[in-house]
Ligand binder design. Structure first.
Ligand code: SAM
Length: 275
């Protein structure tokens, strides 16, 4: 009889506090045949803490391509596999993309097992706008690409989230300085750990406060409130705007209300233009 194809579970693990693992993640780690880990020694500590003993296979940036082939073979032979990274959610500034793409190509079932992710937890306590945000991860190291990204950051009206290694945070803040005006910044440090803290201020204040900063850091930047969001309706004449909704069957009253909302003005203002 042919083997059933296995499942790849993408399992989020703690970003510091080992209690931040879900019951479902534990169940999955207990039941899979194999765990693919970014650093097997690192994941072994978590597995020992959970009293789980499983075969581990290393899966990191430098062997992603070859190990993807190995894992796909195992999955096709019916093995269930859990993919974990050193911390947090695999695929978020961590390996994972390659095998996930291949599983989709090969019709192998993927199951996400949600859990900790540094950027989400930093964002929710940042006090900055959470409705729309751009996650950049690590800034590119290549100078040209880095400058391009910094310009993008300068010109965005969305909250920006960056990851940075502690020994590089000072130079990254210096690189960001010319692009940020007085935008608020939050450094979320050592999330879920004993020395967890949120450092807030503008770029100069943050540079001062981060003199001897240690530990893991997420950097969140306030959106540039001076940049007006492009409004697709600004290019429509009032008549065309009206016609657009009329064709969709809305009543005159509804149309006026909708146009006012699209243009972010009082509906009486629009009403007056139609009489
Ligand atoms: N996959 C992970 C996730 O879901 O957040 C991110 C992995 S990435 C290689 C590591 C970076 O995430 C660190 O350099 C830091 O910027 C951020 N990070 C991870 N754990 C953190 C923590 N406990 N506190 C603050 N930042 C953390």
């Amino acid at each position: 009889m042919e083997n059933e194809i296995g499942v790849l579970y993408i399992v989020a693990t703690p970003i510091g506090n080992l209690d931040d693992i879900t019951l479902r993640a534990i169940n999955v780690l207990e039941k899979v045949d194999l765990i693919a880990a970014e650093d097997t020694r690192h994941s072994l500590k978590l597995l020992n803490h959970l009293k789980i003993s499983k075969p581990l296979i290393s899966y990191h940036r430098h062997n992603e391509e070859t190990k993807t082939d190995v894992l796909i073979k195992e999955l096709k032979m019916g093995k269930n596999i859990a993919l974990v990274s050193d911390a947090g959610t695999p695929g978020i500034s961590d390996p994972g993309e390659e095998i996930i793409r291949r599983c989709i190509e090969e019709n192998i079932k993927l199951v996400p097992i949600p859990g900790a992710c540094a950027m989400v937890n930093a964002l929710i306590c940042s006090g900055l706008d959470t409705t729309e945000f751009t996650f950049i991860g690590f800034l590119p190291l290549n100078k040209k690409n880095r400058n391009k990204k910094l310009e993008e950051i300068e010109n965005t009206n969305k909250t920006i989230i960056l990851y940075e290694a502690p020994h590089k945070i000072k130079s990254t803040l210096q690189d960001l300085k010319p692009f940020l005006k007085n935008r608020k910044i939050v450094l979320a440090r050592e999330l879920t750990k004993i020395h967890e803290e949120f450092i807030r201020g503008n770029i100069d204040e943050i540079i001062d406060k981060s003199e001897n900063i240690k530990g893991e850091i997420v950097l969140i930047i306030e959106k540039d409130c001076d940049i007006k969001q492009e409004n697709i309706f600004d290019n429509l004449t009032l008549e065309d705007h009206y016609k657009l909704y009329e064709e969709q069957g809305f009543s005159k009253k509804e149309i006026i209300k909708k146009i006012a909302k699209d243009k972010n003005v009082n509906k009486n203002e629009i009403y007056k233009k139609f009489i």
